[in-house]
Design a protein around this ligand. Structure first.
Ligand code: NOJ
Length: 550
C-alpha cells in the first residue's frame, strides 16, 4: 500500500447532517452540532466522516437539490463554520468527505432560473436537458423516462411569453433538473467546485448518483428494459442476464468525467479521494468506476442489499473481491445509509432473495446486525458506518403520515412512505425526546423520535459491555491494531454450509454463524471478540460472529 493511501482501509462514518446533532436549537442538525460531537467520533475509532450535502438548498430532497455549490445552507451554519469543522476534524485525526451532486441542481440554482428565462435553443437552456414534447402541440413528455421518486421524469415549463413550452428532464424530483454533461461549461464548473472545497482542506467527495450523468444521444425510450437486471434462475442457480446498455444509467461515457476528476484530485500534494454512489448491480460494471485512473472507491450496494443468508453473502463477497482485484481497487462494505431501511429492521424479518414483509423481530434483527458488523469490519478493504447504526437504531416504521418529508411520499400518491424512517435524529442522552439531539428547550426535532429510544442513547450504551455501541468501539479498536485487517485478501475456511468463515493473515479468523444451529469453534484459536454471548465453550450460537486469533 502506497504511503498515504488511507482510503484503502478506511472506516468512514456517514454524518447525515440534518439528523446528527443540532447546535442552535432549531430542531435541525447543523455544523455546530457536528463540531460538538467530534470527540465522540474520534473516540468511536473511525478514520473519516462523510457529510451529506450542506449547501444552500430549498430542501425539496433534503439537500440533494443544491442552489449554490460554493456556500453553506444558513440553517446548517456558515462557510467559516465549515472551515472550522474541517480544521477541528483534522486535529482529531478525522478526514472529511463532502457530498457532490453532479447529476442535477436545484430548480432555484441561478443556472436553472436563467434557463427558464431564456428562449429554447439558448446557451442557458443547454446547461440542462430541455426538449420539445411529443404530440401535435408538444403536450406529451419527450420520452417514457420515469422519475426515481415516481411519475414522469419530465416537467413542462411555461415560457417567458406565458405559453406552455419545452419540457425539462429530472430523473429525481421536478425541483432537481438534470444537468447536461455534454456541455463543456458544465464540466468546467463542477471541476472548479471540487477545487473550491479541496482548497479548503476537504479530503474527498462522495459522488451522488455517479452513474447517471450521461444520457444516450437522442434520449430513446427505456421501454421494458429492466434496471437493475434481476438475476434469473437457470438449472437451480441464480445467474445474471447479459448486460445491456440503459439510456440513462451507467453509460460508458460517464467514465471520461471521472478520469478528469481524478486528475483534479491527484493534483493536490495530499491527494483527494472519491467514492461513487453508483447503484450498479453487476460487480464488473461497478469495478469500472474504480479503475486506476478513475475513482478511488465505490459503495458496495450488492452487499447492502444481500439478504442475511450465507450463500447470498458469500456470493456477493466473492464477486466483489474478484472484480475489485481485477482493477486493483479496495472494495467497500456498507450495511445502511440514508436511502435504505436500517439493517436492524431489514434483518428482523425472514430472509430470502426477495424482500419479505412481515412484522419485525427487533431482537433477532439486532443480533444479526451485531454479527453483520463483525463480518463487515473483517472483510478486506474499507467500510462505512451510517450514523446511529452503532447504536443499533431500528427503522422508525410508525412515523405519522403528516410528518413525512421524503418527496417519494407525495410523488407516489402516498403509496411509498419513503426514507424518513432511517433519518430520524440520533438519540444522544436522557430518556425522552430530543435525547440531547438539540439543546434543552429547543424546537422539536425535524422528525419525531420514538419515545422508546431511551435505552438506545449514546449515554445509556456507554460503558455497557453488552451494548451495540461498545461492540463497535471494541471492533474498531481491534481493527486499527490488527495488521490482518483492512486492505488485503481473505481465505475461506470450510466449516459448515450455514457459516461464513475466513482467515486473514497473520493469524486472524472470522466466523459468522448464519445457520439455525450452533456450530463448533476451532480449538486452536482464542476468541478476540464475539458479537453475542457464547454460553457453551467452543460453540458459536446462531446469528453470532466471532473474531479469533490463531
Ligand atoms: C442519492 C441520494 O443518496 C438520495 O438521498 C437522493 O435523493 C438522490 N441521490 C438524488 O440526489
Amino acid at each position: 500500500m502506497a504511503i498515504g493511501e488511507w482510503w484503502r482501509s478506511a472506516v468512514i462514518y456517514q454524518v447525515y447532517i440534518r439528523s446528527f446533532a443540532d447546535g442552535d436549537g432549531d430542531g435541525l442538525g447543523d455544523i455546530a452540532g457536528i463540531r460538538s460531537r467530534l470527540p465522540y467520533l474520534a473516540d468511536l475509532g473511525v478514520d473519516a466522516i462523510w457529510i451529506n450535502p450542506w449547501y444552500p438548498s430549498p430542501m425539496a430532497d433534503a439537500g440533494y437539490d443544491v442552489s449554490d455549490y460554493r456556500a453553506v445552507e444558513p440553517r446548517f451554519g456558515t462557510l467559516a463554520d465549515a472551515e472550522a469543522l474541517i480544521a477541528e476534524a483534522h486535529a482529531h485525526g478525522l478526514r472529511v468527505l463532502l457530498d457532490i451532486v453532479p447529476n442535477h441542481t436545484s430548480d432555484q440554482h441561478p443556472w436553472f432560473q436563467a434557463a427558464l428565462a431564456a428562449p429554447p435553443g439558448s446557451r442557458e437552456r443547454d446547461r440542462y436537458v430541455f426538449r420539445r414534447g411529443r404530440g401535435p402541440d408538444g403536450e406529451l413528455p419527450p420520452n417514457d423516462w420515469k422519475s426515481t421518486f415516481g411519475g414522469s421524469a419530465w416537467t413542462r415549463v411555461i415560457e417567458p411569453d406565458g405559453q406552455p413550452g419545452e419540457w425539462y428532464l429530472h430523473l429525481f424530483a421536478p425541483e432537481q433538473p438534470d444537468v447536461n454533461w455534454e456541455q463543456p461549461e458544465v464540466r468546467a464548473e463542477f471541476e472548479a467546485m471540487l477545487r473550491f472545497w479541496f482548497d479548503r482542506g476537504v479530503d474527498g467527495f462522495r459522488i451522488d448518483v455517479a452513474h447517471s450523468l450521461i444520457k444516450e444521444e437522442g434520449l430513446p425510450d427505456v421501454g421494458d428494459l429492466q434496471w437493475p437486471m434481476a438475476r434469473v434462475e437457470v438449472d437451480g442457480a441464480l445467474v445474471r442476464p447479459e448486460w445491456v446498455p440503459h439510456p440513462h444509467w451507467d453509460r460508458d461515457e460517464v467514465h471520461d468525467v471521472y478520469r478528469q476528476w481524478r486528475a483534479v484530485a491527484d493534483s493536490y500534494d495530499d491527494p483527494r479521494v472519491f467514492v461513487a454512489e453508483a447503484w450498479v448491480d453487476e460487480p464488473e460494471r461497478l469495478a469500472r468506476y474504480v479503475r486506476a485512473d478513475e475513482l478511488h472507491t465505490a459503495f458496495n450496494f450488492s452487499y447492502l442489499t444481500s439478504p442475511w443468508l450465507a450463500p447470498a453473502l458469500r456470493r456477493t463477497i466473492d464477486e466483489t473481491l474478484a472484480e475489485h482485484a481485477e482493477v486493483g481497487a479496495p472494495p467497500t462494505w456498507v450495511l445502511s445509509n440514508h436511502d435504505v431501511a436500517r439493517h436492524v429492521s431489514r434483518y428482523a424479518r425472514p430472509q430470502s432473495d426477495r424482500p419479505v414483509y412481515s412484522p419485525a423481530d427487533i431482537e433477532l434483527g439486532t443480533r444479526r446486525a451485531r454479527a453483520a458488523v463483525l463480518l463487515t469490519f473483517a472483510l478486506p478493504g474499507g467500510a462505512y458506518v451510517y450514523q446511529g447504526e452503532e447504536l443499533g437504531l431500528p427503522e422508525v416504521e410508525d412515523l405519522p403520515d403528516d410528518v413525512l418529508q421524503d418527496p417519494a411520499w407525495e410523488r407516489s400518491g402516498h403509496t411509498e412512505r419513503g426514507r424518513d424512517g432511517c433519518r430520524v435524529p440520533v438519540p444522544w442522552s436522557g430518556n425522552k425526546p430530543p435525547y440531547g439531539f438539540s439543546p434543552d428547550d429547543s424546537a422539536q426535532p425535524w422528525l419525531p423520535q420514538p419515545t422508546r429510544w431511551g435505552p438506545l442513547t449514546v449515554q445509556a450504551q456507554t460503558g455497557d459491555p453488552g451494548s451495540m455501541l461498545e461492540l463497535y468501539r471494541a471492533a474498531l479498536r481491534i481493527r486499527r491494531e490488527s495488521p490482518a485487517l483492512g486492505e488485503g485478501t481473505l481465505r475461506w475456511v470450510s466449516l459448515t454450509p450455514g457459516a461464513l468463515s475466513f482467515e486473514r493473515d497473520p493469524g486472524f479468523l472470522c466466523i459468522v454463524n448464519i445457520s439455525a444451529q450452533p456450530i463448533a469453534l476451532p480449538d486452536a484459536a482464542e476468541v478476540l471478540l464475539a458479537s453475542g454471548p457464547l454460553p457453551r465453550e467452543r460453540e458459536l450460537p446462531e446469528d453470532t460472529a466471532v473474531w479469533m486469533l490463531r
